[in-house]
Design a protein around this ligand. Structure first.
Ligand code: BDR
Ligand code: CA
Length: 313
């Protein structure tokens, strides 16, 4: 049985790895890529999305979306992590395709309404496009099959501030809407993704098997892994965005818990995700009033990386 998805992304080196998986996996039906600012400006994200699918020999609809956060000022893209072009500053060819004539939010709404109950939204970037879709048509809450978000952190701490993960930090207001919308939602945050390390031997196998796309994955990986060496002290990278797809296709590799999510939108802790486990009483009910969601608290990192390599080689 195939799993139809829309992949919402800001490619981005680890996004590119995940897009390659979505393109390659025989049981994933990639209905479209929706793009947002985040690792790069949104126009660059759109170019990269078109390019990656063309390099894989596929024609996938790409719809461009959010250029900035809903409320806070936009931070400059992290060129020191993903490169100024989002793909490690390697030389890239021109693209042939064009983005869709509709916005990312509208594309999500139209696609979900065309196949009610079937489509999973996999979001691995700041969440403005999903928030826009909710605003255009709130009824999609009951029509998506599931929403899988790479973002947030429960116990692991943050990666752009001591408490905030990048995707939630970049647009906490959109994140708050999406994580508390009441649709079936799984959050795959740093508690899971930091357990996974894609090492150089794994990337060499992927590069060998992925042709022209493999050259971009391997070249951008070289740039990206320098950041991990400096920040976390290991040789490799965390394949954050691939973990959202790994959870979707191999949930048994993750430890999850149900509970209530809140997102801090202002102040020192902006972008922090707060998790109140289901049924656990706190001093007031304040943290337990949002709809139930599922969060990943751990992952079998070696098995997740094996799955990534198998899918891409
Ligand atoms: C997330 O932030 C982005 O930089 C990555 O692509 C990933 O989606 C990790 O915190
Ligand atoms: Ca991303």
């Amino acid at each position: 049985m195939t799993t139809p998805i829309i992949f919402d992304t800001d490619p981005g080196v680890d996004d590119a790895q995940a897009i390659a998986i979505a393109l390659a996996h025989p049981d994933i039906e990639l209905l479209g890529l929706t793009t947002t600012f985040g690792n790069v400006e949104v126009a660059t994200a759109t170019y990269n999305a078109l390019l990656l699918s063309e390099l894989a020999g596929q024609s996938i609809p790409v719809a461009q979306g959010a250029a900035a956060p809903m409320s806070k000022p936009k931070s400059p893209p992290p060129a020191h992590i993903h490169g100024a072009n989002g793909l490690g500053n390697i030389d890239l060819p021109p693209v042939k395709g064009q983005p869709q004539p509709v916005s990312a939010g509208q594309f999500i709404v139209d696609t979900v309404n065309a196949r009610p109950g079937e489509v999973t939204l996999v979001a691995v970037a700041p969440l403005g496009n999903l928030a826009a879709a909710l605003q255009i048509d709130p009824s999609i809450v009951d029509k998506v099959k599931r929403v899988v978000v790479m973002g947030g952190s429960i116990r692991e701490g943050g990666n752009v501030t001591p408490v905030a993960e990048a995707n939630l930090f970049n647009d906490p207001h959109a994140g708050a809407r999406v994580l508390t919308a009441g649709w079936p939602l799984t959050m795959v945050g740093l508690d899971a993704t930091h357990r996974c390390v894609l090492d150089p031997a794994a990337m060499a196998r992927i590069a060998e098997a992925q042709g022209e796309l493999g050259k971009v994955l391997a070249g951008s990986y070289e740039f990206y892994k320098a950041f991990y060496q400096q920040a976390l002290g290991f040789d490799g990278c965390c394949p954050h965005d691939s973990c959202a797809l790994a959870w979707l296709m191999k949930p048994e590799l993750f430890t999850t818990q149900r509970g209530h999510l809140n997102v801090v939108t202002e102040g020192h802790a902006e972008g922090q995700t707060i998790f109140a486990p289901e049924g656990r009483p706190f001093i007031t009910e304040r943290w337990s009033t949002t709809p139930l969601a599922e969060v990943c608290l751990d992952a079998d990192g070696a098995a997740v990386v094996d799955w990534i390599v198998e899918t891409l080689s």
